[in-house]
Design a protein around this ligand. Structure first.
Ligand SMILES: NC(=O)C1=CN([C@@H]2O[C@H](COP(=O)(O)OP(=O)(O)OC[C@H]3O[C@@H](n4cnc5c(N)ncnc54)[C@H](OP(=O)(O)O)[C@@H]3O)[C@@H](O)[C@H]2O)C=CC1
Ligand SMILES: O=C(O)[C@@H]1CCC=N1
Length: 263
């Protein structure tokens, strides 16, 4: 069993932590965590019965795999801080969006085992999606360990680093887009008289069920849409309004903005 470190236990770091424990990929006592100055990390360690470290150095000194889940602005200082304590066979996994492998390597210089992995918040309940891009120097054995780790908390895709920004948007940012859709759907239900509780249950379960049937039956979204739209029925009237108000274009523009695509 490997010891896992998580440096930065905010929204994403805590989702990875909970997912890894929930999946029984690790026992809580094999996870070492450190955070910022808010005191939240100590509380999380207490709640989940994992090991709280006062310093990032202490995490590095006790673990084999180190997951960095601090915001990109803080990442350079954290990399500088841990660099003197890294040994050759430790794996560094950076979850930072838009912080490139070259930028990490420039700071860590000789360290070889570096992986960029962009998971998402549903990892918390082992329904995550992680795009993984290893440095060229990462061995097959090391990559297999990283794959197993993220497969414990969801699905994975190994991609070239050139595809990591767009993967991070499609899977990493999209839970926020989907939450907006669910909220809007529920708002409409409340407008028509459902209670907030009824509206959220119905809209959340409809989105979950839709994604589940698409995945389970390898169904195309268009097939699901066509199947729901009865001839002359209620759904097609709603679809026409979604097209009128530009749902597709709004989503495409959102992705372009998140991924900084200029097309
Ligand atoms: N949120 C998401 O859905 C996703 C995020 N990511 C990436 O994950 C990373 C973290 O994002 P997110 O979780 O949203 O950010 P948060 O702000 O929620 O979490 C960052 C955490 O870093 C801690 N921290 C601050 N300074 C230090 C330090 N010097 N050493 C150790 N820990 C520190 C903070 O602790 P404290 O609270 O105590 O200050 C905080 O809990 C980013 O790089 C982002 O690009 C990638 C995919 C999805
Ligand atoms: O908003 C962000 O920058 C991070 C990266 C992907 C999802 N959240």
């Amino acid at each position: 069993m490997k010891q896992i470190g998580i440096i930065g236990v905010g929204h994403l770091g805590s989702a990875i932590l909970q997912g890894l424990i929930f999946s029984q990929y690790v026992t809580p006592q094999d996870v070492f965590i450190s955070g910022g100055t808010s005191g939240k990390t100590q509380q999380i360690a207490k709640d989940l019965d994992c090991q709280f470290c006062l310093t990032n150095r202490a995490v590095v000194e006790q673990t084999d795999i180190i997951i960095l889940a601090v915001i990109p602005r803080i990442l350079p200082s954290v990399l500088e801080e841990i660099k003197p304590y890294l040994s050759g066979n430790q794996m560094i996994i950076s979850t930072a969006a838009s912080f490139t492998m070259a930028q990490i390597q420039e700071i860590l210089t000789s360290h070889q085992a570096i992986i960029r992995a962009i998971p998402n918040i549903p990892s918390r309940v082992c329904q995550g999606m992680t795009a993984i891009s290893p440095a060229k120097q990462v061995t097959n054995k090391q990559l297999e360990i990283v794959k197993q780790l993220f497969m414990a908390i969801g699905k994975i895709a190994i991609v070239d680093e050139s595809k990591l920004d767009i993967s991070s948007t499609i899977a990493g940012c999209s839970p926020a887009y989907v939450a907006l859709f669910i909220e809007a759907l529920a708002d409409a239900g409340v407008l028509a008289g459902l209670t907030r509780e009824e509206a959220y249950l119905m809209s959340k379960q409809a989105v979950l069920g839709s994604a589940s049937v698409l995945l389970a039956q390898s169904m195309l979204p268009a097939e699901l849409k066509d199947g729901v739209c009865s001839p002359g029925g209620t759904t097609i009237r709603g679809i026409a309004q979604l097209e009128k108000y530009g749902l597709r274009n709004a989503v495409i523009e959102a992705v372009k903005a998140s991924a900084k695509i200029k097309a």
